[in-house]
Design a binder for this molecule. Structure first.
Ligand SMILES: Cc1ncc(COP(=O)(O)O)c(C=O)c1O
Length: 440
């Protein structure tokens, strides 16, 4: 059986034959057929040439659906790399615990996938999210480490969270009376992290009012204080890898002031936590009892200088992948993509992928950007991108086929490392609809 994928340009190939078991991609085909099996479709895919002319519309539709499932992009989360990063971050912080931030769908990995892969690690204190549903999902699916919900919630949600054992970050809108009501309705004490706003002015109790407020909460008996937290206000500026922002130092000192005064008043502070990925590099003096990091856990160095230095040996924990959905030849001088933006100077083979910026692959494939993807061990240039499609130039030779795996972002080559292509927070934007596969 040979792979017949010589699609005519402008003439969609319809039912396509996948590379045969004797072809170069037997292993990949195995995975592909697995996906077909999962979608309830028969795993024997007929050759295009062998499809009878009288094939029914229903069968054709099923096969098309199967094709589409097979070609859709997916995220591979590498468990051992994730664990390695967590360990490195804890060691880098003098053995302190890591609160793994899994907000917004686990930075594209799936919050539960991340928690499930790391919760047995002694370095992990627990998990932080900003979405009640995500917190509840982790608990329901058996995450036993603490889950911290770090956003204001209404009282009904608060009760549900407390019943489930979720820790709540409390701040300006929470007083002793409201937390007592939550405790009474939930039938158990409210485990809280006191969220101290030291200058971001976004969420939490302003530091000037925090100590007295904490004393009142503590005296009410409604809460168990499990932590005290703050958040830096400054973001990236031109020279942020080398310069210290004086306001951040001021924030650290405000936070320390609140903690000192709580301690003097006999109020427990629990775990003190302040640094996130950027401040992890900038302010080791603010590690306190644990670091609360997202991007770096997933291997994203937030600054190019830190990536070059690679002090912690962090690696991307994921690959964004898909399979080639169509292979076509384009003649020299013909245009590819909207506005015919790319015109090859010689005849080339191109590959079309059913992945685009709506999946979270938000690249701009300009000549200057030189965005590349990995196919069969070789980097190929991305020349066109829309919401749902990406086109790569394979080259003069047709050395890849329909069904071959393409890595758009990932670990295998520095050219596709997520920070280089899209920045340290690349995976934040992955569509929640992408399939996630946890591998070791
Ligand atoms: C309160 C809080 N802490 C920690 C983090 C983690 O940030 P990063 O991904 O930069 O480590 C976030 C994410 O934005 C956050 O909102």
């Amino acid at each position: 059986m040979t792979a017949d994928v010589r699609d005519e340009r402008g003439n969609p190939p319809g039912l396509r034959e996948l590379p045969g078991p004797s072809g170069p991609n037997r292993r990949q085909l195995g995975l592909g057929l697995g996906l077909l099996a999962m979608s309830g479709v028969a795993t024997s895919v007929p050759a295009a040439a062998a499809v009878p002319a009288a094939r029914t519309a229903a069968t054709a539709a099923t096969a098309k659906t199967a094709d589409r499932d097979l070609f859709l992009p997916w995220v591979e989360l590498h468990r051992s790399t994730l664990r390695k990063n967590v360990r490195a971050l804890s060691q880098g912080a003098g053995g302190r615990s890591v609160c793994v931030v899994v907000k917004h769908h686990g930075y594209g990995m799936g919050a539960f996938n991340v928690a499930g892969a790391t919760q047995d690690m002694p370095e992990v204190w627990g998990y932080m999210t900003t979405r009640p549903q995500e917190a509840m999902d982790m608990v329901r699916r058996g995450v036993r480490k603490p889950v911290l919900l770090h956003s204001p919630v209404d009282s009904t949600t608060a009760v549900a969270m407390v019943r489930a054992g979720v820790h709540l970050a409390v701040g300006a809108k929470d007083d002793a009376a409201s937390l007592r009501r939550v405790r009474d309705a939930a039938g158990r004490p409210v485990r809280v992290h006191l969220d101290i706003d030291t200058g971001l002015n976004r969420q939490g109790m302003p530091d000037g009012l925090a100590s007295a407020w904490a004393s009142r909460l503590w005296a009410s008996g409604a809460v168990e204080i499990r932590g005290t937290a703050s958040y830096f206000a400054t973001g990236p500026v031109d020279d942020w890898a080398t310069k210290t922002d004086p306001f951040e130092l001021e924030q650290i000192s405000r936070f320390e002031g609140v903690v000192d005064s709580m301690r003097r008043a006999g109020v427990p502070v629990g775990h003190r936590h302040m640094v996130t990925s950027i401040s992890y590099f900038q302010h080791p003096q603010a590690y306190f009892d644990m670091v609360r990091c997202g991007a770096v856990v997933y291997g994203g160095y937030p600054h190019d200088a830190w990536l070059k230095e690679d002090r912690f040996g962090l690696e991307p924990v994921y690959d964004l992948r898909c399979r080639i959905a169509q292979v076509t030849q384009v003649k020299a001088g013909q245009g590819i993509g909207y506005a015919q933006a790319f015109r090859p100077s010689e005849d080339v083979w191109i590959a079309t992928l059913l992945a685009g910026y709506l999946d979270g692959y938000r690249v701009e494939p300009t000549p200057q950007a030189n965005i590349q993807a990995l196919v069969n061990g070789r980097l190929r240039r991305v020349v066109s991108l829309t919401g749902t499609h990406t086109v790569l130039v394979l080259g003069r030779d047709r050395d890849a086929d329909v069904g071959d795996v393409v890595t758009l972002l990932g670990r295998a080559d520095p050219a596709i490392r997520p920070e280089r292509v899209l920045g340290a927070y690349a995976s934040y934007y992955f569509s929640p609809e992408l399939a996630r596969v946890v591998v070791d």
